[in-house]
Design a protein around this ligand. Structure first.
Ligand code: LFR
Length: 473
C-alpha cells in the first residue's frame, strides 16, 4: 500500500523542472521529465518573468509525466519566493515582476515611512530584503486595480485548478503574515493600504488545493489533484535536509545560499534583527531561521559575462577545478554587497569592491573564480556562526543541499572557514521535499509521519559527501 508516484513542479530563478517522484516502502526515486530555461525579461516598466512561457512548459511537462507514469496521484508546485501575479476578474493583469527589478527601492521608502523596519520586524520577523512582497506592492501601481494577488506557485495552482489559495510557507515571505499568530496581519495591511481581499486564505502544506480543470485537464490527460507542498522552494529543500540533531545548520545553495537552522519558535530579538536573520515559515509550523547570502548567482553572472566576452560557452566544472589550484593569497569581498544584486557585469563590479577594500584584483579567471567561491564560503561561515550565537546552539555540522552541494570547492572552503564538517547533499533537496510532503499527504509514510520520519526515510538513499575542515585554512 505504502507507495505511489507524484509529480513535482520546481521553478528556480534560472530554470524550471517537472519531475516524477516514485515512493515505495520509504524509498524515493526521482525522474526528470522536463527542464526549461527561466530568467529576467526586460519590459518598458522593468524586469519581469515570462510566466506565460513557464506555464506552457509546466503543462507540457505534466502531460509528459503522466504519459511516462500513468499512476501519478498528485502534483506539487514550488518556486522562488516573494513574487506574485495580479488578477482582475480572474485574469492575470500582466507578467509578474522579477524580484531583482530595482523599482522596489521606492517601495522600501514608502513602507518604512509608515512603519520603521524595527516595528515591521517585530510583526513579520523577516530579514530586510528590498524585494519582500510588501515593498513590491508599495511600488506596483497595478495593485490598486487588482482583486487578487497570488504568489508564483499559487498562481500556477490557480491556472491549473481554478482554486485561489496562499500556501503558508511562501506567504511568510511576503512580510504580511504576522509571525506570532501565523495569519495575514490585518492591521499591517490596513496601514499599508492593502485590501485584505487581495490575499486569499492561508493553506497548510499537505492540504488539497483542487483538481485540474478544463483546458489543463485536457492537456495533461487526467483531473489530477494539486496538493500544497512547502511551495517556497527553500521550505521544500529544508524538508529534505538529512539533519539528525538540533546542532546542525543547513545551507540550501542555489542562486541564493540560505543559511540557518530549524526552530520551533521564531527569534525576533534585536540581535536577530541587527544580523538580518529571517523567521520564514517551514513545513509543519517549523521556523526557518536563516539569512540570505548571495550564492551561486555571483558565479553564474560572472560566467555569463565572460561567455559574452568570448562569444563561446564556459565549462563550469573545469573552471572550478582550475580555481581550486589557485593557491596564492585569495582576496575576498562582501558577497552580500547590494551592488551585486542586479543582473550585469559581475566581474567589473566585484573588481570595484576589491579595489575599494584595498585588495588586488585577480588577473586570471581561475583566480577570480577562486575569489568568488571563497567570498561566498566566507559569508556562509559567518552566517553559520551568527546563527549559532543568535540561537545559543553549539552548531557542529553544516549540511549543504541543492546545486551548490556539487561544488566541491565551495563545500571544502565552507568547511574550512566554518571550522566544522560539511555534509553535502542531496542535490535535489527541493524536489525531494516537494515529493515527500505529497507522499505523506497520501499516507505513504504512515499516519503520524513527522519531518523526522521523512528525513530518516531518505537518509540511507541520499547519503551525503563529507568534507572535513582543513586546519591550516
Ligand atoms: C531561493 C529563494 C530564496 C528567496 C529568493 C527570492 O530560490 O526562494 O529563499 O529569498 O529565492 O525569492
Amino acid at each position: 500500500t505504502a507507495g505511489g508516484a507524484v509529480a513535482a513542479v520546481d521553478l528556480g530563478a534560472t530554470s524550471g523542472r517537472v519531475m516524477i517522484g516514485r515512493v515505495s516502502a520509504g524509498a524515493l526515486e526521482l525522474e526528470q521529465v522536463a527542464r526549461f530555461p527561466n530568467g529576467p525579461v526586460q519590459h518598458n516598466d522593468g524586469l519581469h518573468w515570462d510566466f506565460t512561457a513557464l506555464y506552457e512548459h509546466i503543462v507540457a511537462g505534466l502531460a509528459e509525466a503522466l504519459r511516462r507514469e500513468p499512476s501519478i496521484a498528485s502534483i506539487g508546485i514550488d518556486s522562488w519566493a516573494v513574487d506574485y501575479g495580479l488578477l482582475r476578474d480572474g485574469e492575470m493583469v500582466t507578467e509578474p515582476f522579477h524580484y531583482r527589478d530595482d523599482r522596489t527601492a521606492v517601495g522600501v521608502e514608502r513602507v518604512h515611512d509608515e512603519l520603521p523596519f524595527a516595528d515591521l520586524y517585530r510583526r513579520n520577523g523577516l530579514q530586510f530584503l528590498p524585494f519582500n512582497t510588501l515593498y513590491q506592492f508599495a511600488a506596483d501601481s497595478k495593485v490598486a486595480g487588482a482583486d487578487r494577488a497570488l504568489l508564483i506557485p499559487d498562481l500556477v495552482a490557480y491556472l491549473l485548478t481554478g482554486a485561489q489559495i496562499a500556501e503558508r510557507t511562501n506567504a511568510s515571505t511576503t512580510g504580511l503574515v504576522n509571525v506570532r499568530i501565523g495569519e495575514w496581519d490585518a492591521d499591517l495591511l490596513e496601514r499599508l493600504n492593502i485590501s485584505a481581499e487581495l490575499l486569499p486564505a492561508l493553506v497548510e502544506p499537505g492540504a488539497s488545493v483542487g483538481r485540474l480543470r478544463g483546458d489543463a485537464e485536457e492537456r495533461v490527460g487526467a483531473p489530477l489533484e494539486v496538493i500544497a507542498v512547502g511551495s517556497h522552494d527553500t521550505a521544500s529543500a529544508i524538508v529534505a535536509v538529512p539533519m539528525t540533531s538540533p546542532n546542525a545548520a543547513y545551507i540550501s545553495c542555489g542562486t541564493w545560499g540560505l543559511v540557518g537552522v530549524e526552530l520551533d519558535h521564531p527569534v525576533i530579538s534585536d540581535a536577530a534583527r541587527a544580523a538580518n536573520f529571517t523567521n520564514e515559515g517551514g513545513v509543519d509550523g517549523r521556523v526557518r531561521f536563516l539569512h540570505n547570502v548571495t550564492g551561486l548567482w555571483l558565479l553564474s553572472e560572472a560566467v555569463r559575462t565572460w561567455e559574452q566576452e568570448d562569444g563561446s560557452s564556459i565549462h563550469l566544472p573545469e573552471l572550478l577545478d582550475a580555481a581550486s589550484f589557485a593557491t596564492t593569497d585569495v582576496p575576498t569581498f562582501d558577497a552580500n554587497d547590494p551592488r551585486l544584486a542586479a543582473p550585469g557585469d559581475m566581474p567589473s563590479r566585484i573588481a570595484e569592491l576589491l579595489r575599494e577594500g584595498g585588495q588586488t584584483v585577480p588577473k586570471t579567471r581561475e583566480a577570480f573564480t577562486r575569489t568568488i567561491v571563497e567570498s561566498i564560503a566566507k559569508a556562509f561561515a559567518d552566517a553559520v556562526h551568527t546563527a549559532a550565537a543568535l540561537t545559543e546552539r553549539a552548531i557542529d555540522v553544516v549540511h549543504v543541499v541543492g546545486g551548490g552541494s556539487l561544488n566541491r570547492l565551495l563545500c571544502q572552503t565552507t568547511a574550512d572557514r566554518a571550522g566544522m564538517p560539511v555534509l553535502a547533499g542531496p542535490v535535489e533537496a527541493t524536489a525531494i521535499g516537494n515529493v515527500l510532503v505529497q507522499a505523506r499527504a497520501h499516507g505513504w509514510f504512515g499516519p503520524d509521519a513527522t519531518l523526522e520520519t521523512l528525513r530518516a526515510a531518505i537518509a540511507s538513499e541520499f547519503s551525503p559527501v563529507r568534507y572535513e575542515p582543513r586546519g591550516d585554512a
